[in-house]
Ligand binder design. Structure first.
Ligand code: HEM
Length: 471
């Protein structure tokens, strides 16, 4: 049998062949078509194993979040290449280029909107994907390396968004980056140096734009592509995805597998086409924000960091900057990176929320954090005054380490309650604390986005006035 016959014989290849034919190159001689089909199949089978467990194909297991995150990364690279062709990274030209892109370039506005919304959605999907992996125990052995690679990619996603934020050089960009980068100053000893290195000077200006542009179009995407390749390779090396447990214990323990082509690939194509349609429709209807040209002499009030850093900015309102900007994020990042080494129970891998009690504890943690976080923000805003009460102490202690100790003690008390009162196992306790902290972060971010107005005071969202401060 010739190579060509073999390709046509298997149903999987016939499926891709049909797509290939539908896409157009029907004028090619059948030999060439067969070869191209083989190339497409080869590409697919480089990314995926030849067979996958049937149970991992269920939508409600992965929610397609890793796939969607990958799709967004591809859309960002493609739209980014076109945007870059119409953009000069200089304060005198950048804003004008964006205006011209919107009005004078064919589909320029659509491409910009698509890039903007995909980038913001990427932060959300990468975060949700992290949650899905954690909730199904996908971070545990042998997937620890991939978890760490994932955390690094999440940091890169944030860095990509942050550096891209400045490029339109409008008021929103200028002041969000001014606020965002000022947080770096709080890193002890090297903070000032790092800030100047990133900004290329004492404040946001032409060198900053060039630095951010270079990072945004070269270092970050190149590193991202390398890490993504490593991530996909590790998924294969680790034996594919974690397999959801059998619905009933009576089911046979054997893992059923089906061929990747067409079963997985068909789902991925449908999912990708649906998401591309949603993103296109959204980008046609909702323009990406663009304010007036950057004006270093006129600061918006409040001046807020980009939305994904508003949880961090909110912490700065409640703790000494060293605690808010360095100690808490440092501890959180360390705990996330080390998670696979202290949350190691592999018998529940593949079971959402570990167990029935785990589900209950997750709901309990969600509810508790939804109540306690806003209550604590309100208390700290209107009643607690650590600096006045402990006036003789250095503010790092009175306004930093003391409130941090109170929060940590509160968490330890909650953990004890769950351990003793509900007889939670170690993995369920970790789950409880994780859900609590993630919910608290989301609540703090929401408060920063919707409830902070001039002077970073608390307002109802509909009462927030827009003001400016001349500097
Ligand atoms: C740009 C960011 C990312 C991309 C493009 C990406 C892509 C993917 C894809 C396509 C999969 C397989 C399908 C799926 O699970 O939905 C996957 C699995 C995995 N990802 Fe990610 N991911 C990203 C970020 C992360 C993050 C932030 C983490 C965690 C910190 C992470 C940890 C993992 C792990 C451990 C697996 C294997 C999960 C399992 O076996 O169930 N990834 N990723």
């Amino acid at each position: 049998m010739s190579e060509q016959d073999q390709i046509v014989d298997t149903p999987a290849q016939t499926f891709l062949g049909r797509i290939w034919q539908a896409l157009g190159p029907t004028g090619l001689p059948s030999d060439d078509r067969g070869r191209m089909r083989m190339v497409v199949d080869n590409l697919v089978l480089h990314l995926h194993p030849t067979k996958v467990p049937t149970r991992t194909l269920s939508w409600t297991y992965t929610w397609g979040l890793g796939g969607l995150t990958s799709l967004l990364a591809v859309i960002l690279v493609l739209t980014g290449i076109f945007l870059q062709m119409n953009y000069t990274p200089s304060p005198s030209q950048a804003y004008l280029d964006i205006l011209s892109l919107r009005t004078n370039t064919w589909f320029g506005d659509l491409l910009r909107n698509l890039h903007h919304w995909s980038a913001n959605l990427l932060v959300v999907t990468a975060f949700l994907h992290l949650l899905r992996v954690f909730f199904t125990g996908g971070h545990r052995a042998p997937r620890a390396t991939n978890w760490i690679v994932g955390v690094l990619m999440l940091l890169l996603v944030l860095a990509a968004n942050f550096t891209g934020y400045l490029l339109p050089w409008d008021q929103l960009a200028y002041w969000a980056i001014t606020v965002g980068t000022s947080i770096i100053n709080y890193v002890p000893i090297v903070g000032g140096f790092l800030n100047r290195l990133l900004l290329g000077g004492p404040e946001v200006g032409a060198p900053t734009l060039l630095n951010f542009y270079s990072l945004h179009i070269s270092f970050i995407p190149v590193t991202m592509v390398m890490l993504m390749s490593l991530h996909f390779w590790r998924v294969r090396k680790d034996g594919g995805l974690t397999v959801p447990r059998r619905a009933k214990e009576s089911e046979p323990p054997k893992i059923e597998r089906v061929t990747t082509i067409p079963h997985l690939v068909r789902r991925e194509l449908v999912f990708a086409v649906a998401w591309i349609a949603i993103l296109l429709a959204w980008s046609m209807l909702v323009p990406a924000p663009l304010e007036g040209i950057a004006n270093p002499d006129l600061s918006p009030n409040p001046a807020k960091a980009p939305w994904y850093f508003l949880g961090l900015q909110e912490l700065l309102l409640h703790f000494h900057p060293l605690v808010a900007a360095v100690i808490i994020p440092g501890l959180a990042l360390g705990a996330l990176l080390l998670l696979p080494f202290y949350d190691i129970q592999i018998s529940s891998v593949g079971v959402y929320f570990r167990s029935l009690r785990g589900r209950f504890l997750s709901l309990l943690a969600l509810g508790t954090a939804l109540l306690i976080t806003p209550a604590w923000v309100l208390l700290d805003e209107y009643l607690l005054d650590w600096s006045a009460w402990l006036a003789s102490w250095p503010s790092l202690i009175s306004n930093g380490l003391v409130p941090l100790a109170v929060v940590v003690l509160g968490l330890v008390a909650l953990d004890e309650l769950v351990k003793r009162g509900l007889r939670a196992t170690q993995e369920e306790r970790i789950l409880f604390i994780f859900v609590f902290l993630v919910t608290a972060l989301v609540v703090l971010t929401a408060i920063g986005i919707f409830f902070r107005g001039p002077g970073m005071s608390l307002y109802w969202p509909w009462d927030i006035p827009t003001t400016h401060l001349s500097l």
